[in-house]
Design a protein around this ligand. Structure first.
Ligand code: FAD
Length: 313
């Protein structure tokens, strides 16, 4: 059963979620990776190291136009004979996978958290991560998107051959007017640790204590939706049902009530720490560790303790 994995490398690097999709594909069958844009030599080598046998590089399509990418993927499926198409469940995967599924008349399992069973059934996240479903894809060709952080990748020690891939992707209906890159040392969807805050922080001028703790931990910063809506923080930091869905190893939430729409984007986190002045805040029910306290006191204290710990180790 051969596999085609599509990953976006428009930034020049391979994101963690994309590498997971490559590794996931290699566990299903011999894997070819299709990508567009530029990609560094190191990143190319790492694709082989994490399971790709071959990399197809397309340099013609350099936008995120889902229709063009769909055409590219369909052409690559035809040329490789792949029967399983895998993509990370990132912004591109969410837009392209359903289109590929419709174009190839292939069943889609969206948000896989495990490898397919022997009978082809795939376990997926449903209802914003509140439950699991088992999806049996009955078509010969199968499309799977992989939920980020669902599996631990390991080096396979392999290497991949690289070929240019040219196919007619059709014309683009999209005009890119501006590209704004996310700021910050650690990108939110990739982050292992996230420090997040909500309306309890009272105003944007108080975010220094969130950023300081994040810096100490090598973490990304995030926020609840109202905080982004009122312009205290940029929208790309908003996590939840209508924002970014994350699954870090550690999620620290300060001054966030824990509304169901917020939880929908963070409840896949491995460990959740909640800091809230209200002992009845709903977030405590989802927390592994809870601190009933004032974020303005607890966050600086936490940072201080982490710095002490780092100095001793
Ligand atoms: C369709 C829809 C989609 C939505 N999508 C999202 C989404 O994707 N993401 C999202 O976040 N929300 C989303 N929401 C909004 C959501 O319902 C909540 O309103 C929102 O999450 C609340 O944000 P908050 O916790 O920051 O603010 P609040 O609900 O105002 O909570 C503030 C919390 O801070 C605590 N607090 C106050 N002072 C302090 C202090 N000094 N120290 C510590 N704690 C303190 C309070 O006890 C309180 O629990 C959505 C809503 C709808 C209707």
């Amino acid at each position: 059963m051969s596999v085609l994995v599509y990953i976006d490398t428009l930034s020049g690097e391979v994101a963690k979620a994309a590498m997971e999709a490559v590794f996931y594909g290699s566990k299903i069958g011999p894997t070819t990776v299709l990508t567009n844009g530029s990609i560094s030599e190191d990143s190319l080598a790492s694709l082989g190291e994490f399971g790709a046998e071959k990399v197809l590089l397309n340099k013609a399509v350099t936008t995120n136009d889902s229709s063009q990418i769909t055409n590219l993927v369909a052409a690559a499926v035809e040329s490789t004979g792949a029967t399983t198409i895998v993509m990370p469940l990132d912004l591109t995967g969410r837009a392209v996978a359903p289109r590929v599924s419709a174009k190839l008349k292939a069943g889609l399992a969206s948000g896989a958290v495990t490898l397919p069973n022997a009978d082809g059934t795939v376990k997926v996240n449903v209802f914003s991560g509140k439950a699991f479903g088992n999806v049996a894809i009955k078509t010969d060709k199968k499309v799977i998107t992989l939920t980020p952080n669902s599996l631990q990748i390991e080096s396979t020690g392999g290497s991949a051959s690289v070929e240019e891939f040219n196919a007619d992707a059709g014309s683009s209906n999209i005009t890119v007017k501006e590209v704004r890159k996310q700021e910050g040392d650690v990108l939110l969807p990739e982050a292992e640790i996230v420090v997040s805050a909500g309306r309890g922080l009272k105003g944007p001028e108080n975010w220094g204590i969130v950023e300081d703790l994040a810096k100490s931990l090598g973490a990304a910063t995030a926020c609840s939706r109202p905080v982004a809506d009122i312009g205290w923080r940029p929208h790309h930091e908003h996590v939840g049902q209508t924002g970014v869905a994350i699954r870090p190893n550690l999620y620290i939430a300060a001054g966030i009530s824990g509304a169901i729409q917020h939880l929908a984007g963070v409840n896949g986190s491995k460990v959740i720490v909640v800091i809230n002045t209200d002992p009845e805040a709903p977030f405590f029910k989802a927390a592994d560790y809870g601190v009933v306290g004032d974020a303005f006191e607890v966050l600086p204290k936490l940072k201080e303790e982490i710095e002490k710990f780092k100095a001793q180790n």
